[in-house]
Design a binder for this molecule. Structure first.
Ligand SMILES: NC(=O)c1ccc[n+]([C@@H]2O[C@H](COP(=O)([O-])OP(=O)(O)OC[C@H]3O[C@@H](n4cnc5c(N)ncnc54)[C@H](OP(=O)(O)O)[C@@H]3O)[C@@H](O)[C@H]2O)c1
Length: 233
């Protein structure tokens, strides 16, 4: 059995990734607070802010991983707030890091040593894993940390036959981006114009990269930019 374990497959990029893995014949598990609406995806209710919730999910997943010939562990879920270095309280930063960093570590601690050879650990970062913009302080901080986690994971998994990568999407048309930008069509058009193709990325385009990354261990430790050629100025 080939298995995909995806955080945040109830919406957006995670949901599209679940669909792609399903189409490729994988058994797919979604870990999020809401269920994935797609038939056949197996839902384990999980709040990445809660250590107990992660432990419950992992106790369910242990037998699944042990029965799998290959596992794609996709750390996709993230929280994004509008904040800045001038106004982000430590409490708020802690909450974002809890979902975007500590939650990932909780899953890794309980699952990494169980992964069979030919498995992968795919982190979903962002263009903001390597650069910053104003007004996204906690998100930028956490996305840079995910890059460090991926690189350290690569070094520490050496010899296990398990590879890792960080897929960094550009502006992708999902709930997260719509919430961040609001409904203003002019703002959406300006954002769409910030890459060489003048459009938003579809979640399925990022999902294709994730499924490909799982199948190709040669990109172990790599940052994969998936942003339609985002403008640099
Ligand atoms: N959209 C973009 O333009 C863009 C650009 C660069 C990077 N990304 C990255 O791509 C990934 C997916 O984002 P998206 O745009 O697809 O976002 P989305 O549509 O808002 O989906 C986010 C997912 O994360 C889950 N999630 C959030 N908090 C959670 C928690 N505490 N516990 C469990 N699950 C949680 C949500 O599930 P529940 O609400 O059901 O729990 C949801 O399924 C994220 O890592 C994001 O940073 C997105």
């Amino acid at each position: 059995m080939q298995t995909a374990i995806i955080t945040g497959a109830s919406a957006g990029i995670g949901r599209a990734t679940a669909q792609r893995f399903q189409a490729a014949g994988f058994t797919v598990y979604n870990l999020s607070r809401r269920a994935c609406p797609d038939e056949g995806v197996l839902n384990i209710a999980c709040d990445l802010q809660s250590e107990a919730s992660i432990a419950d999910a992992c106790s369910e997943l242990t037998a699944v991983v042990n029965a799998s010939s290959s596992v794609a562990l996709v750390h996709n879920a993230s929280q994004m707030l509008k904040d800045s270095a001038l106004d982000c309280s430590s409490e708020s930063l802690r909450a974002v890091l809890e979902t975007n960093i500590i939650g990932i570590n909780g899953l890794n601690q309980q699952l990494l040593t169980l992964l069979p050879r030919s498995s992968s650990v795919i982190y979903v970062g962002s263009t903001l894993s390597e650069k910053a913009v104003p007004g996204s302080f906690s998100y930028v901080t956490s996305k840079h940390a995910q890059l460090g986690m991926m690189r350290a994971t690569c070094q520490d998994l050496g010899g296990r036959g398990v590879h890792t990568t960080l897929v960094c999407p550009g502006f992708t048309d999902t709930e997260m981006l719509r919430t961040h930008l609001g409904d203003n069509p002019e703002v959406r058009a300006a954002i769409a114009d910030m890459n060489a193709f003048g459009r938003m990325i579809e979640p399925g385009e990022i999902a294709e990269v994730i499924v490909w990354a799982h199948a190709n261990p040669v990109i172990n430790g790599t940052v994969l930019h998936a942003n339609l050629g985002q403008r640099e100025s």
